[in-house]
Structure formats: C-alpha cells, structure tokens
Design a protein around this ligand. Structure first.
Ligand SMILES: O=C(O)CCC(=O)C(=O)O
Length: 314
C-alpha cells in the first residue's frame, strides 16, 4: 500500500501556501495555517481559548472538549436510541453482523444484539441534533469550516467496536474529499476494558494514501484489506507518533480531522458497554458522496447555521 509521493514543500512552485493533500482541505491544512491563526487572533476574530484549540487541531489533528454536551441532552439521546431499537421510525437502520458478513437493515428489538452500529439517529431525534450541534462542538466546527456545518451521518455504538486503524477519508466520501471532520461524543463514562477509541497524535500529517482507483476513498472490494491498518500503523510508528486511548466522561467530545488515524481498541470485555455517538460533518456547500449513490434527504435546517442530511439505505 505505497503512499503517494509526499507534497513536502511548504509552498507551491509559484510561491503560494499549499495543502498537504492534492485533494485540498480546510484552511487549517494549509502550510501557512499557523500564520493565518496568528492573524485571526491579532485581528480579534478569535479569543485565546479558541486559538488554543485551533493550534492543537493544526498540530495534533484532533481536539478534546470536556463537558461539551449537557447530561440532560445525553439522557434524551439515550432514550431516543431505545425508541429507535423498538423500530419506531423507519428512517433508522443499523449495520449487523450476519454469518461474519455486514448487513444493513431495519431496527427491531430482536436484531439489537447482533448490531454493529445504529445509523441515522440525527434524522429522527431532536435530542441527537442538539447533542451533535451542542454550542461547544458546532462552534469549533464553525472555526475550522468557516461556514455552517452539515451533519451527514451518525453512528451510535453500544459497545467497543474493535474497528481496525483507519483514516475516515478511506471510507467517507465527499465532493471535496478533505473538507470534513468527525465528532465522538461519550454517551456514558468509558471505563474498564470497554474498547476505548484509540488514535495516533499528529497522524493527519502522514503521507497521503491514494488507492488504485486514484481516489482517497478505498474501493469497496478492499474494505476488509488487512494490509491497510498494518500500513497505517507502520507509518505512524516510523514517525514516532504517540498512540493514545480516549477515556472520556459522559458528555465529553473528541473532534478529529479527516485524516487522523484512529480505531477501536481490541481489548473489549463483552459485558462492558461503551455508549458513544460518532457524527461526520462537512461544510454546508460540500456534497456527501451518498448524494450520488443512495436516496437521501435534502439539507435540512436544525437551527440557524446548523444543517443535517441523511440517507435511506433500506
Ligand atoms: O468508536 C470506535 O471504536 C471507532 C469509531 C470509528 O473509528 C469511526 O466511526 O470512524
């Protein structure tokens, strides 16, 4: 899985700042992002706390915001998840493990135990939208997107995922492949051997991987490719990047950039829950690739400057 030749130079041949990726990105991915950040601070467009978060984002590829979502909102999300598993709204669906294969289907109480993840909570639950657009979370997305965020998918997990290391760019497609971010919101304290989320600090800056189709997204036939996580781990280790586990309290949020290498720890006690909610967001003018693949909603306004869309895979 050879990486594409790196675009190491800080400037384009004509002197301009450059993105790490030939597919572009957000302003925080530009080679002069630190100077732009300093400029925004000096011009009074950011306060000190916002500048600190953005600096961490540019440097490390993620930020952690403690107490980002009030417990009352989290409790309402969990109650709506229960309703989804009763099959109350057919906009919900879930991924299931069936005979070792992943299947997507409707939600029902009987199928809950074979779930991998519950999809589309944001489509049916106002509490979920309140959580994923909590001011601390959406306010940070405003800063990195510089326009309103569009939440385009949610994944609700009940247990540790054991998901192999990956970059979301390999699996989540957009018309502008690097203009997106994800949030991971703790729906309970992640304690014990619960399969914590793991990530490599600064791994959004490893050399980019272009798949054989010439894209950042992995062709579907390679989705179970074992070489991919091994390759990512080698790249991160070669750069001496630190592998960290996220052990949040209920209501904490981690926001990661499109290329951060992350996955679920393999250490999961099957009796331990680890309830969490992952959301992918892009700027409102970017199209999720599913707009061209599946039946989907339009861009629905949740609140001023806060939009969402969802697909129908049933
Ligand atoms: O929560 C986890 O264990 C992994 C989630 C993840 O990697 C993802 O949703 O992209």
């Amino acid at each position: 899985m050879p990486a594409a030749p790196p675009q190491n130079a800080e400037r384009t041949p004509h002197g301009g700042p450059r993105f790490r990726s030939r597919f572009g990105g957000l302003w925080t991915d530009l080679s002069n992002a630190r100077q732009v950040l300093a400029g925004k601070l000096e011009l009074g467009r950011l306060d000190g706390g916002q500048a600190e978060l953005l600096n961490a984002w540019i440097e490390h590829g993620f930020v952690v915001i403690e107490d980002a979502v009030p417990h009352a909102v989290i409790d309402a999300v969990r109650s709506d998840i229960e309703s989804a598993w009763r099959g109350d709204d057919d906009r919900n669906c879930a991924e299931y493990l069936v005979d070792g294969r992943i299947d997507v289907g409707a939600c029902s109480p009987e199928r809950r135990s074979s779930q991998i993840k519950l999809l589309n909570m944001h489509a049916v639950s106002k509490a979920t939208r309140d959580a994923i657009f909590a001011p601390e979370v959406a306010g940070f997305l405003d800063l990195v997107f510089e326009r309103p965020p569009l939440a385009m998918s949610t994944l609700a997990f009940e247990r540790g995922t054991r998901q192999p290391l990956h970059q979301d760019t390999a699996f989540v497609g957009f018309s502008s492949p690097l203009e997106f971010a994800a949030s991971w919101i703790a729906l309970e304290d992640a304690v014990g051997v619960c399969g914590q989320l793991e990530y490599y600090v600064g791994s959004h800056r490893i050399d980019e991987i272009i798949f054989d189709n010439g894209e950042r997204c992995m062709p579907a036939e390679l989705h179970n490719e074992e070489a991919y996580p091994v390759y990512l781990q080698q790249q991160c280790q070669a750069l001496g990047l630190e592998r960290v586990q996220f052990a949040p309290r209920k209501g904490d949020a981690l926001i990661w950039s499109a290329d951060l290498v992350h996955g679920g720890s393999q250490r999961v006690d099957p009796g331990t829950t680890r309830r969490s909610l992952v959301t992918h967001y892009c700027p409102v003018d970017v199209d999720p690739s599913y707009f061209a693949q599946w039946k989907h909603s339009g861009r629905v306004r949740h609140a001023p400057g806060r939009y969402y869309a969802y697909y129908d895979r049933l």
